[in-house]
Ligand binder design. Structure first.
Ligand code: PXL
Length: 290
């Protein structure tokens, strides 16, 4: 049997300051024993939650990457997409998927990065919502946070979405294409000590829920770190609930490693302090069927 290293095409921006996008995607997937081939969407001086930043749009370069990769005959085990700098980039990503996602052993993971805490990110507009809506049709796995779920479905943001409503919304969005929908940043009314991730596996007809202790702090890039661990875990052969548990534990650990510092939260969680925990034997402790 031929042994080979699994390869991931990672379509994300590179932000010079703040642990978001490629700054967390590359170290996490590398630590998990996977090869990352970055397809940068934009280069920013920092992520967009800083008041001001430079922004180099790489839309034209992206098409050239796809063409050169095709000529090289590259084969990817996964295509993993995150922050896109312009709607045109989604078309190029579709081209990438059409060219390289050619069999059922491969997976496409789309993190529809659009916003957080009920708001659209500053550099994005409503055209981007429509773009992401189209892109998720091509994905096997999507990982919106609750804000992004509402934006994609075109429904008002509800901070405390009743569980039955949430389950219906997950089903509705899975009918648009993806086999697995994972929604992060869920809170239950009257319980400010916990935060949840809820996932729907369409073919199994199962809902999974994983809880974590809530810390009252916002760190940009946790969604990128979360989806990177999910991607790595699925490629390592973990079941969906195992992957969810690992990703939740990683973020929880990263936030706890950061929380005690006097620190500018905009720089994100101290990924470098907790990266090695990804090598440890998997400890499954909190997933449940809903
Ligand atoms: O983590 C999401 C993200 C990724 N990339 C850029 C961002 C953000 C969130 O603010 O601004 C450029």
């Amino acid at each position: 049997m031929k042994h080979r290293v699994k390869k991931i095409a990672a379509v994300h921006d590179l932000s010079g300051c703040g642990r978001v996008s490629l700054n967390v995607v590359i170290p996490i997937l590398t630590e998990m024993g996977l090869q990352v081939c970055p397809l940068p969407t934009a280069i920013l001086s920092s992520h967009t939650q800083y008041p001001d930043f430079s922004f180099l749009d790489l839309t034209e370069q992206m098409s050239l990457f796809v063409e050169q990769w095709r000529k090289l005959g590259l084969k990817f085990d996964a295509i993993y997409t995150g922050y896109l700098g312009s709607p045109k980039q989604a078309e190029i990503v579709e081209e990438l998927i059409n060219t390289f996602h050619v069999n059922d052993d491969q997976i496409t993971i789309t993190d529809p990065v659009l916003g957080d805490n009920g708001k659209l990110y500053k550099a994005l507009d409503t055209e981007m919502i429509a773009t992401m809506r189209r892109l998720i049709r091509k994905a096997n796995v999507i990982t919106p946070n609750l804000t992004e779920l509402c934006l994609l479905l075109g429904i008002p943001y509800e901070q405390y979405m009743p569980i039955e409503t949430l389950k219906n919304n997950l089903k509705t969005i899975s009918e648009m294409g993806p086999d697995i929908v994972i929604v992060t940043s869920i809170h239950e009314k009257g319980d400010n000590k916990k935060t949840y991730v809820v996932a729907y596996d369409k073919s199994a007809g199962q809902f999974w829920k994983v809880s974590a202790n809530y810390l009252p702090a916002h760190y940009p890039g946790t969604g990128d770190a979360f989806t990177s661990v999910i991607t790595g875990a699925l490629l390592q052969g973990d079941s969906l609930p195992m992957a969810l548990d690992r990703a939740v534990q990683f973020i929880q650990m990263g936030m706890r490693a950061t929380f005690g510092y006097e620190y500018d939260n905009r720089e994100g969680i101290l990924v470098e302090r907790v990266l090695k925990t990804l090598d440890a034997p998997v400890q499954i402790n909190s997933y449940e069927l809903l």
